[in-house]
Ligand binder design. Structure first.
Ligand code: OGA
Ligand code: MN
Length: 288
C-alpha cells in the first residue's frame, strides 16, 4: 500500500498517513519516505506511539544512526546511545534549570539551525517523537532552504556558489552564554570545527538549497566579519515568513525532516507542563 501524502506548508512539508511506523518498514516504504523527504523536506506522521526499540529500528532503515557523544545531552537511556531528549524536565520530573549546561544547550534550539551541521559527515535526517506534550504545545518552525535559494538574485547565487563556511557546536552554544568550561575536554576534542558548502544540491531532485545553521561561524577565505555578515544576511533571508512552515504538535506524532535542505528552530515555551521529544538522527554516509 502506498503512503497517503497531504502537503501542509506553502512550499514544503507534508502529513503522511496510511503507515504504522511500529512495524519494520519494507524497502518500498523506505523508498517512498525518502522520495517524500526529497519532495517535501518535513514529514509528520500522526498517531505513531513508538517505543524506543521501534524508533531505533525505524531510523536505522535510513542509514547510520548518529551517536550522541556530548555528556551535556543526556541520552534517553543507556540502551539507546543514539537518542537524546529535547525536554523541559529531568528524568526525576524536575524542571531543567535553564542556566545549567543542559538547559543552555537545549535553549540554543531557539536559534535557527540545522541538526548536526557541526559534524563531518553531518546529520542527514532527524526523527523526533513526541512522547509528552503540554496541553498547548509550542510549535517548531521550519524554513525551506530550497525556496530561499531559488529566491536569491542571480548575483548572490553566483557569489555564494563555491563558498564554504566553518561550523562549530561551540559557536552556537556561545551565543546562549555557554563557556568552553561548560564542556568536558572529551566533548571538545570530539567536536573539532568542520567545513561545509553554503550551497548544496539534492541528489534526488537536483534542486539547490542554502546550507546554514547557528553553528556556522564564518566563511572560508573571507574576512571574518564580512563572512559572518553574509551568513547572517542569508539566514535572515531564508527565514522570512514566506519560506517558513510552523508545525503544530500532536501527541504521539513523529516528525522527520531532511537536514540537508531545511532549517528549524524551537519557539519559546515557559509553561510548567512537561514537553518531551525523543530525538534521533541519521548521518550522511560521505563528507559534505
Ligand atoms: C530538535 C529541535 C526544536 C523544538 O529536536 O532538533 O531543534 O521545537 N527541536 O523542540
Ligand atoms: Mn534541532
Amino acid at each position: 500500500m502506498s503512503l497517503h501524502i497531504t502537503p501542509s506548508g506553502k512550499t514544503f512539508a507534508a502529513v503522511v498517513r496510511e503507515i504504522d511506523l511500529r512495524n519494520p518498514l519494507s524497502a518500498s516504504q523506505v523508498e517512498e519516505i525518502e522520495q517524500a523527504l526529497a519532495d517535501y523536506g518535513v514529514l509528520s506522521f500522526p498517531n505513531q506511539p513508538l517505543n524506543d526499540d521501534q524508533q531505533q529500528v525505524f531510523i536505522e532503515r535510513f542509514g547510520p544512526p548518529s551517536l550522541v557523544t556530548l555528556a551535556e545531552l543526556k541520552t534517553a537511556n543507556s540502551a539507546h546511545p543514539h537518542f537524546f531528549d529535547v525536554s523541559t524536565v529531568e528524568d526525576d520530573g524536575a524542571q531543567i534549570d535553564p542556566e545549567s549546561a543542559r538547559g543552555m544547550y537545549l535553549r540554543a534550539n531557539l536559534l535557527w539551525h540545522t541538526d548536526g551541521s557541526q559534524a563531518q559527515p553531518p546529520i542527514r535526517l532527524t526523527a523526533l517523537s513526541a512522547r509528552q506534550l503540554p496541553p498547548e504545545p509550542p510549535d517548531t518552525e521550519y524554513a525551506d532552504m530550497r525556496a530561499a535559494y531559488d529566491a536569491l538574485s542571480d548575483a548572490t547565487k553566483a557569489q555564494i556558489e563555491d563558498l564554504k563556511a566553518e561550523h562549530s557546536i561551540f559557536y552556537s552554544r556561545a551565543k546562549m552564554g555557554m563557556k568552553m568550561s561548560d564542556f568536558t575536554a572529551d566533548a571538545m576534542s570530539k567536536r573539532p570545527p568542520v567545513i561545509h558548502p553554503l550551497v548544496r544540491s539534492n541528489p534526488r531532485t537536483g534542486r539547490k538549497s542554502l546550507y546554514l545553521a547557528s553553528h556556522a561561524s564564518h566563511v572560508i577565505g573571507m574576512p571574518l566579519e564580512a563572512g559572518r555578515a553574509l551568513i547572517e544576511e542569508l539566514t535572515e533571508h531564508a527565514t522570512r515568513p514566506q519560506f517558513v512552515y510552523s508545525h503544530k504538535w500532536h501527541p504521539y506524532e513523529l516528525v522527520m525532516w531532511d537536514d540537508s535542505w531545511t532549517m528549524h528552530r524551537a519557539v519559546p515555551y515557559s509553561g510548567t507542563h512537561p514537553r518531551v521529544l525523543r530525538w534521533s538522527g541519521v548521518r550522511e554516509v560521505a563528507p559534505v
